[in-house]
Design a protein around this ligand. Structure first.
Ligand SMILES: *Cc1c(COP(=O)(O)O)cnc(C)c1O
Length: 373
């Protein structure tokens, strides 16, 4: 094996999307932002399409352009962009990328891009139904849809989608869920009255795709579930298969005496004669420094924790008397099938979510793809 590797099982991504698709009458937009949640943008996108996704979703326009540059021609929506990105908006319109519009200045930017490229730009109008993140505030919505209808009549844009995003979809039954669905319905009515009849209405992230059929509308937008991680804390991964395994070859193994301070500031001290194994992954590779003394690691079939501080490039594991040799694999997380920790275990250990664990795996860690079609 390589010194370090994030093994990405494309067959798992494909199967996860097929599972999600089987559970809904809606079309599936696989979210591949943030380098496919760390799994690789283009590879993840191709695997998701093979599993039955017909749309791709990215946060930034640059991510969407990278999909086009790789030859992917499917519908792509990009939703997070700023006033300084006019050139990117123009490229997006030229490349047939759908862009999200949450406000008047964004509509104007897209109209300008349409004029400059001589193309009708496809937009998805975003309504803030209660997350208070991106999206038009409800009181600004009538003006936005009226302006969009006008731009549509002028042939500048096509208001192809209307969409929103949940605050609490991972807590089924939370009172904000019904309120957001109702607010979405109201926003659709306001749009309709202004003459905006979107081809696609979409609201559901992974959690809503798995637990809220009444929120599926025409299109669902699963992200984390595509990669096999359950959006519902504690609910397990169900039929989903975690796609990423993060592992490294041991770079050093040595027998040391009791009482040796280990790693920076000697946050850990051996209590008896013991074997120290060196794992060549550190916080520069996305192993959280907060995992010092608590991050779980599996080596040769046994579970240990990080011993002492996680450093920039490496950390130490006290494996006691367990037989280990340089080059043996240290598994940080994987599907959990062979008793190795999962990304969820890492998230629990350091007080975060598994989204962050997989997404932060650094660029220095090569992605190794298996299960290709
Ligand atoms: C990231 C994101 C998603 C996917 O969310 P998951 O919880 O990973 O399924 C969907 N829609 C929007 C707007 C997002 O930002």
């Amino acid at each position: 094996m390589l010194r370090t590797e994030a093994v990405v099982d494309l067959a798992a991504i494909r199967a996860n999307v097929a599972t999600l698709r089987a559970g809904t009458a809606a079309d599936v937009m696989a979210i591949v932002k943030a380098d496919g949640y760390g799994h690789g943008l283009v590879q993840s996108a191709r695997a998701a399409l093979a599993g039955g996704a017909t749309w791709l979703g990215t946060a930034t326009i640059d991510e969407a352009l990278a999909l086009r540059a790789a030859g992917l021609t499917e519908p792509v929506l990009a939703w997070l962009w700023t006033p300084g990105e006019q050139a990117a908006v123009q490229r997006a319109v030229a490349d047939g990328i759908d862009v999200s519009v949450s406000s008047g200045w964004q509509l104007d930017a897209v109209r300008a891009a349409a004029t400059a490229t001589g193309r009708t730009a496809r937009v998805h109008l975003k309504i803030d139904t209660g997350l208070s993140r991106n999206g038009s505030y409800v009181t600004d919505w009538p003006e936005l849809v009226a302006a969009a209808a006008k731009a549509q009549a002028a042939g500048e844009v096509q208001a192809y989608g209307v969409w929103s995003h949940f605050a609490y979809a991972d807590q089924p039954g939370h009172p904000t869920i019904a309120r957001q669905i109702a607010a979405f319905g109201d926003a659709l009515e306001v749009a309709e009255r202004a003459g905006v009849r979107p081809a696609v209405r979409h609201l559901a992230n992974s959690a809503a795709t798995l637990s809220l059929p009444q929120a599926h509308f025409d299109l669902v937008r699963p992200g984390i579930a595509v990669y096999g991680l359950s959006p519902m804390p504690g609910a397990g991964d169900g039929p989903l298969v975690p796609a990423m395994t993060l592992r490294a070859a041991l770079a050093s193994v040595k027998r040391v005496a009791a009482g040796e301070g280990v790693s920076y500031a000697h946050a850990y001290t051996t209590t008896r004669e013991s074997t120290l194994a060196l794992v060549p992954l550190g916080y520069a590779d996305g192993v959280p420094r907060h995992a010092s003394d608590v991050g779980p690691v599996s080596i040769n079939g046994a579970r240990f924790t990080v011993s002492g501080r996680v450093c920039m490039d490496q950390f130490v594991v006290d494996v006691g008397d367990h037989p280990v040799a340089p080059g043996d694999a240290a598994l940080l997380f994987g599907p959990g099938r062979d008793g190795e920790p999962t990304a969820h275990d890492w998230a629990e250990a350091i007080g975060t979510i598994h989204y962050e664990i997989v997404t932060r795996v650094g660029a220095r860690v090569p992605r190794v793809y298996v299960g290709e079609v």
